[in-house]
Design a protein around this ligand. Sequence first.
Ligand code: GLA
Length: 393
Amino acid sequence: MTGTDAASAARDLFLRVTGAEPSGHWSAPGRVNLIGEHTDYNDGFVLPFAIPHRTHVQLGTRADGRIRVVSTFDEVPVEVPLADLAALFPDDRESVPEWSRYPLGVAWALLHAAGRDADVTGVDIAIASDVPVGAGLSSSAAIESATAIALNDTWDLGLDRVALARVGRTAENEAVGAPTGIMDQMASMLGEADATIFLDCRSLDANVVELGFASAGLELLVMDTRVAHAHSTGGYRERRASCELGAEIMGVAALRDLTVGDLAAAAEKMDDVTFRRVRHVVTENQRVLDTVQTLRNSGPRAIGELLVASHASMRDDFEISVPELDTAVDAALAAGAIGARMTGGGFGGAAIALVERAQAAEVTASVTRAFADAGYGAPHIFAVTPSPGATRA
Ligand code: GLA
């Protein structure tokens, strides 16, 4: 689905379900993380940017204090009184379909963050998206951010973008039950064209760093392995627990408080697996800082080695890569990519490759061939340009 298709699919769905025209249209993007993986929930640094793929929300008000959500994922509408949201989340979330926990969870978290009861107008919301689902491109943050900005405007709550990103994370953590950090929601809310967001996940200070891919003649390819992943279960949660254990053993509030110089001492104090988890986070934080410096001083062509080192750390120390991601990264590098790494939470999803524009077709063909040779299903490879964040359309 293209962006225009998703916007009109949401509008058509709204018309079909309510019989009326929507009164407003909002949208929010997915994201690619350039570097800084599994650092956000360790109070560390990340460097994501928003992508052109977006989730569209068409909204209309209703007089009866109810919220009805419907999406192209599952065209059966889900409807609850706004006054019941407080009883639904988090404990009774299983009583509504999984996809609906994102928009309903946002409504719940938003009212709570704004200190409001359910004394706001009822709403109908129709959702359609062209952010690939399960690809590690934050389709969930795109739904959360689009819903949050739409309801914040409609209910005139006046929350700023950082507060809305927090609302999205609360929905994801408590209404959906995925123990993720705040990177994706911040990228979706704050994205800017041709730039990346350098975010300190402790203070939530965000600085825009120019990327200049286009003017340097570069392209950023997303290589979606089509190996689906989910973060509400399994590996993501375990990695997070190892990081918390590592911080506790080292007597710090979060792994953000350690530097590369502390690693020798850490190695003495913990088991090998915990140590390697810690080493990934500590070195990855440093790589984010180095990438920002390199972008500012030398431009995007100089960040390749940092991307490659990040991938190796995720593959060997954090152990969140899968053979398809490694194949994509290795084949892209062998075909001449400047740098490549998996992006997002891991265990499937997508890798990225930074390439000369003239080499994009060759890298795409080589990665596709490597997948066929390995007997994997065909990857989905496409270029993305850093794009604006959530907005009223
Ligand atoms: C997922 C989570 C983010 C972040 C990344 C890993 O995308 O939603 O909060 O932890 O994984 O960097």
